[in-house]
Design a protein around this ligand. Structure first.
Ligand code: NZQ
Ligand code: ZN
Length: 390
């Protein structure tokens, strides 16, 4: 097991009606002036935004709102949010939504005290040393941004989708998680979120670090919980207990718990980010296409952990032919994805003719000569993996 520091100060407030506590939580965290950030309208239509505003008013908290954050969020609203926050002397950014809204809120929070361009943080030109506090009312379990210190933003002019990691500054101070708020999610978004949280575990499970039994068993356990609960939320969207389990899985999958002490991979995420940057697809759906392709390539190049995963997560019998064992696990994973309504190739993703040279160029320009850690992928390798997804 590798050395690690695990810093996770977020206060999670989980359960029915918990959004009614938002005002009190903001006061508890000694904030007084709040910028509420939300998405394209689901939080308005459900009445959630109104309930939060009432709760803030009751707690005597000043607030101003900025809506319209789109999925796969872009830089424009970040600049606007920074300007609004500075003008109104905001001390906490409250994200009401999913990964796109939370990541925009984190970018605003980092950008406000910084004199340069916030994009510097995303291209490694500057490090976040100070930020406004961020808090969350979560409406979709998927990205895990409610418990992570990460933010992913696309620069619209260059189609660069880049991530920033600053756990000490950007982990939310609190996250309100009411599973009832997820009842209104369309099946597609529910399934894409489920795929994303599974992918967050895979990125940690496929490691070369030896002796990480706790992380291994946590990954396997959370994956088994997702596999058990996912069909229930798809067939019965208003079932509280399955929604609650899936919501908590999404947090545990990405707040770092499942990867402590491991060298993590992340190649598949970076490959997907190129697809969502260039073709605007839903992140989780892009992962449903790329992960089977990455796993299939690994079955031919570094099979050990894939075979282990096939046995322990998908119940494939152990056999002397590890490749056959791994391929059976991948087939079961693909069948699961199809069962919950996800695409498993570019065509069913709605991108029948992807420009693979463009994706490969962009990937290695943004992420360097080698991508990933389980196997360090060269340009030739990443091109082969994209082609396996055709
Ligand atoms: O905009 P509204 O109208 O709210 O609709 C949203 C949006 O269209 C809708 N939605 C959310 N909650 C809803 C709802 N519709 C009905 N009822 C509700 N309760 O769902 C759509 C997707 O929302 P989004 O926030 O984009 O989803 P998600 O949480 O999957 O976030 C995706 C973004 O997060 C990034 C992804 O790359 C992508 O940009 N990621 C962020 C990570 C992080 N910060 O740690 C890690 C991830 O790997 C990921 O890369
Ligand atoms: Zn993800």
């Amino acid at each position: 097991m590798n050395n690690f520091t695990f810093f996770s100060p977020t206060e999670f407030v989980f359960g029915r009606d918990t959004e009614l506590q938002t005002g009190k939580l903001i006061r508890k965290h000694a904030a007084r002036r709040v910028l509420i950030v939300y998405g394209g309208g689901s939080a308005v239509r459900s009445g959630l935004l109104g309930r939060i505003e009432t709760s803030l008013d009751a707690a005597g908290v000043f607030h101003i709102s900025m809506g319209g954050i789109q999925a796969n969020p872009v830089d424009g609203p970040v600049y606007k949010g920074i300007e609004i926050a500075r003008r109104n002397e905001i001390d906490l950014v409250l994200a009401v939504g999913g990964g796109s809204v939370i990541d925009t809120s984190k970018a605003i929070a980092a950008g406000v005290p910084y004199e340069g361009d916030f994009w510097d943080f995303y291209i490694g030109k500057a490090k976040v040393t100070k930020a406004l506090r961020v808090a969350v009312v979560l409406t979709i379990p998927a990205a895990g941004s409610e418990g992570s210190g990460n933010s992913v933003i696309t620069k619209e002019s260059t189609r660069q989708k880049m991530s920033l990691r600053a756990p000490e500054q950007l982990r939310p101070v609190f996250a309100v998680m009411n599973p009832v708020l997820t009842f209104t999610l369309p099946a597609w978004q529910t399934a894409a979120g489920i795929t994303d949280m599974m992918a967050h575990i895979f990125e940690r499970y496929f490691t070369n670090t030896p002796a990480v039994t706790v992380a291994d068993r946590m990954c396997e356990g959370v994956l088994q919980a997702i596999i058990e609960e996912a069909p229930k939320v798809i067939t019965c969207p208003n079932g509280y207990d399955a929604r609650a389990n899936i919501m908590w899985c999404g947090m545990v999958a990405h707040n770092g718990t499942c990867g402590v002490g491991c060298e993590e991979d992340w190649a598949t995420h970076f490959m997907e980010h190129e697809i969502s940057a260039h073709y605007g697809v839903t992140h989780g759906a892009g992962l449903a296409v790329m992960f089977p392709a990455w796993l299939t390539w690994m079955a031919n190049h570094h099979v050990e952990r894939v075979a282990l995963w096939a046995h322990r997560v998908w119940g494939v019998a152990e056999q002397s032919d590890l490749r056959a064992q791994a391929l059976e696990g991948i087939a079961r994973f693909k069948a699961f994805l199809q069962q919950i309504g996800m695409p498993t190739d570019f065509k069913s993703l709605g991108v029948p003719n992807p420009d693979i040279p463009l994706l490969v160029d962009s990937l290695h320009r943004n992420k360097g000569e080698y991508v990933g850690a389980y196997v360090r992928l060269t340009r030739k390798d990443s091109e082969e993996i994209y082609r396996l997804a055709l």
